[in-house]
Design a protein around this ligand. Structure first.
Ligand code: ADP
Ligand code: MG
Length: 213
């Protein structure tokens, strides 16, 4: 992993958000204020304007640069939450090996930081319903010695299950919680955007090295 890998993951996540922009906008119109996808795309554009710096940096520094940019450009609740994810990951980089177990631990440290910031776990109809199951399953697979390929194939499925599970939940955190029972029956926009980004990043990482630009 290096700064170029970090930037390539950002590009993959950005493309997935763009492709699904209308759907995510609609989800946040249904149970939020409609700004979620625009908050995220603004952040993605800002990250792409930092391409040279991110690509030239070591992985921890690249994630730290990205985190600071996200904090200053992504609004809403999700700005500080994604800042926490990236900066939590950045802080964990030096302690971890550059293998799949190390990568999973770095991601899980980021998810822990989001939990501290947003003060919630699974079941409150937020992005945490995707982020946490992916972290826990990733840790289990890594502990069982699973290959990188197996981990990258399974985690997008875990993310999708977590995202779909938000449909039947009543929101107890964030703006959607103001709707109470009326939030039931809709997917959470943050869960959908997180799931799409996780899928895109896993797919990019799983591509053979010679298939990457
Ligand atoms: P806002 O709700 O302030 O308009 P966004 O639209 O950018 O912010 O983000 C909304 C998303 O943020 C929700 O769909 C949900 O997934 C996530 N979210 C809200 N509150 C929390 C929280 N406390 N912890 C984790 N995620 C949260
Ligand atoms: Mg919103």
């Amino acid at each position: 992993m290096n700064g170029k890998t970090v930037m390539a993951c950002i590009d993959a996540a950005c493309a997935a958000l763009r492709e699904n922009m209308d759907e995510i906008a609609l989800l946040d119109q249904q149970i939020g204020d409609g700004d979620h996808i625009f908050n995220l795309l603004r952040g993605m554009e800002a990250l792409r304007s930092l391409r040279a710096e991110i690509e030239a940096a070591a992985p921890g520094a690249a994630l730290e640069l990205a985190a600071a940019k996200v904090l200053s450009t992504v609004g809403g609740s999700s700005g500080p939450l994604f800042y926490s994810l990236l900066s939590g990951m950045a802080k964990a980089v030096p302690a971890q090996a550059a293998d799949v177990a190390g990568f999973v631990r770095i991601y899980a440290a980021g998810v822990d930081a989001v939990g501290l910031r947003g003060k919630t776990g699974v079941g409150s109809k937020t992005m945490m319903d995707v982020l946490i199951p992916v972290a826990r399953r990733g840790e289990e697979l890594a502990a069982a010695g699973a290959s990188a390929r197996a981990v990258l194939e399974e985690l997008p499925r875990v993310a999708e299950q977590g995202m779909l599970a938000t449909r039947d939940m009543v929101a107890t955190k964030g703006r959607a919680s103001f709707l109470g029972e009326r939030s039931r029956g809709h997917l959470d926009p943050g869960a959908r955007s997180s799931q799409l980004m996780i899928k895109a990043v896993c797919e990019w990482l799983a591509r053979p090295a010679d298939g990457k630009e």
